[in-house]
Design a protein around this ligand. Structure first.
Ligand code: ACO
Length: 316
């Protein structure tokens, strides 16, 4: 497969660390030094569906693919207001009159790489010629906003790519290891007269130190495996595009690979952790700035609740 169009959309509301310190026991200094995040965009007057549609429209426009030639829409989303119908069908209705199949997937923060994995399979088996991948997330709405440990980390946003057949995806790898208690969010369901277990909802629970450790180990495992599969060494990669969770996680991975900082473009300072949307938003920004030159080698790597990881080695 190859990427032939990119798009993104972010909420208009910019929230600084100082604004959070106005109602949480935290500080700009703590958040910046522990995470690298300075501001995040949070949904306020806007909603996730509209953001997803805008990102999708931008990707479709930059690809030049007519709406009716989209064969599949895959939306990566952890949770949103609509449990059903799927967000991908809402996106389909918003971008115009295309009648392709739609599917949502929950690969947590690694959802973009999971979507690439599925799109590649659809393209390879001639089930599709053009697949639109949209990652749309509102993790700010999973958090308890009285808890400083989680709420300061996240931002909302959407990123999208259009992919078609090609040989630019050199290697990919997705993994999952069940680790339910490390990172989870339980949302409420309606109760029934027969429900004797009465599951309760719970805002995002995260063991930050475990996530940190598993993220660095998982990401390095994927990157080294993909380098080996591609017959490459770390120096061969032009850009490492990592899940934008935390600058310290990225620094740790970068130092293990002994690579310079400018090979690891980041936007988490401005947007916080936008879950699976973070990598496609970053790709869209770099593409629009003209920083991705044809032929450039990109290493994508993400990790998230599950615990899942995903990596992709591709040529731009
Ligand atoms: N402001 C001020 N103090 C805080 C805050 C805050 N927002 N949050 C925690 N603290 C306090 C803690 O209560 C603790 O206080 P104590 O020493 O009195 O107990 C102190 O700061 C240190 O807390 P630690 O948890 O040890 O801080 P750490 O250096 O581990 O940083 C962090 C915490 C940023 C969460 C880190 O563990 C981390 O980055 N983990 C990975 C988290 C992550 O990326 N999650 C991604 C979520 S989803 C995904 O993308 C996979």
């Amino acid at each position: 497969m190859k990427i032939i169009g990119t798009g993104s959309a972010l909420p208009t509301k910019v929230v600084s660390n100082d604004m959070l310190a106005g109602f949480l026991d935290t500080s700009d200094e703590w958040i910046t030094t522990r995470t690298g995040i300075a501001t995040r965009r949070l949904l306020s007057d806007d909603n996730l569906g509209d953001l997803a549609i805008e990102a999708a429209r931008n990707a479709v426009a930059s690809s030049g693919v007519p709406i009716e030639e989209i064969d599949y829409i895959i939306c990566s989303n952890v949770a949103n207001n609509y449990v059903t119908p799927s967000l991908s069908t809402i996106i389909q209705g918003g971008i115009g009159d295309c009648a392709c199949p739609c599917m949502d997937l929950n690969g947590a923060c690694a959802g973009f790489i999971y979507a690439i994995d599925i799109a590649e399979a659809l393209l390879k088996t001639d089930r599709a010629r053009h697949v639109l991948i949209v990652c749309a997330e509102e993790p700010s709405k999973f958090c308890n906003w009285h808890q400083r440990e989680t709420s300061v980390l996240f931002g909302d946003g959407a990123g999208a790519v259009m992919v078609t057949g090609g040989d630019n995806l050199i290697a990919r790898r997705v993994t999952a290891r069940s680790q339910k208690d490390v990172l989870y969010y339980k949302r409420p369901l309606e109760s029934t007269p027969y429900d004797r277990q009465r599951d309760t909802s719970e805002p995002l629970v995260m063991n930050g130190k475990d996530v940190f450790r598993m993220a660095v180990q998982g990401s390095l495992g994927d990157i080294n495996t993909l380098l080996k599969e591609g017959g490459l060494v770390p120096n061969d990669i032009d850009f490492y595009l990592l899940h934008q969770a935390n600058l310290r996680i990225i620094k740790s991975i970068r130092e293990s690979l002994n690579q310079p900082e400018d090979k690891f473009p980041c936007n988490l300072q401005r947007y916080g952790n936008t879950s699976s949307a973070s990598i496609p938003i970053l790709i869209d920004e770099l593409a629009r700035e003209g920083r991705l030159k044809p032929g450039a080698l990109l290493m994508l790597s993400a990790f998230g609740a599950g615990f899942v990881t995903g990596g992709a080695l591709l040529r731009w």
